[in-house]
Design a protein around this ligand. Sequence first.
Ligand code: Z5A
Length: 215
Amino acid sequence: MSRGRFITLEGIEGAGKSTVAKFAVAWLGRHNVAVRLTREPGGTPLAERLRQMVLERGTETVSPATETLLMFAARGLHVQNVIRPALERGEWVVCDRFTDATRAYQGSGRGVDSSLIETLARVVHPDVQPDCTLLLDLPPAHGLIRARSRAGGGADRFEAETVEFFERVRAGYLELARREPERFHVIDAAAPLMEVEHRVAAALARLNPPARARK
Ligand code: Z5A
């Protein structure tokens, strides 16, 4: 059995990752792919608890380095218990955020040294790298309007950040995409959803899923 493909979704908040993730899973299902949808931080019971801790706006100071360590602690649990086993069973994994989010948010957004992030990536997932990353690109002001119009119970630690912070995150993502054009597909997330989905389907088709299921 061949190893499954690992697809990640990235972008600033409100870019449409969760919406596109559901579309990608449905599209792959129609192409006979056994697919697992998951997210970061989170994806396992313990990692979801870490997610709550890292997102909540508590009273303690969380330094950028500590935030990075918490992201990788959750990622270690997620890779070991969910992502790697699924890929080894031949399933495809669609993951809403992965290590590129740490590079963009903690690295470009908060100024954490890239050597720390790359060292942790090598330790935590030396054998697991995305085959395809869909970067939903959107001006931060647009993403914040979408996210805040939907947010119910108050902003989390990231949602409370400034537009300037998200500008740095966006620039960080675009630089990652520029460096790895084969892996990244940059999609204009301000476009109508049907157009976004069309671009997503084209990127997924390049991964050569099995032939479409007969009706
Ligand atoms: N974080 C980090 O710092 N470091 C890390 O390593 C990791 C994460 C892994 C939680 O992530 C936070 O963790 C995140 C970064 C940090 N914080 N921020 N920012 P998350 O992914 O769970 O949370 P999020 O980024 O805030 O996701 P989100 O706000 O749920 O956004 P989304 O999933 O990208 O968007 P959506 O829910 O699919 O869409 C938002 C709305 O827009 C919704 O009403 C849609 O119907 C609508 N939408 C979507 N696409 C369109 C189009 N094309 N047109 C019109 N309307 C649309």
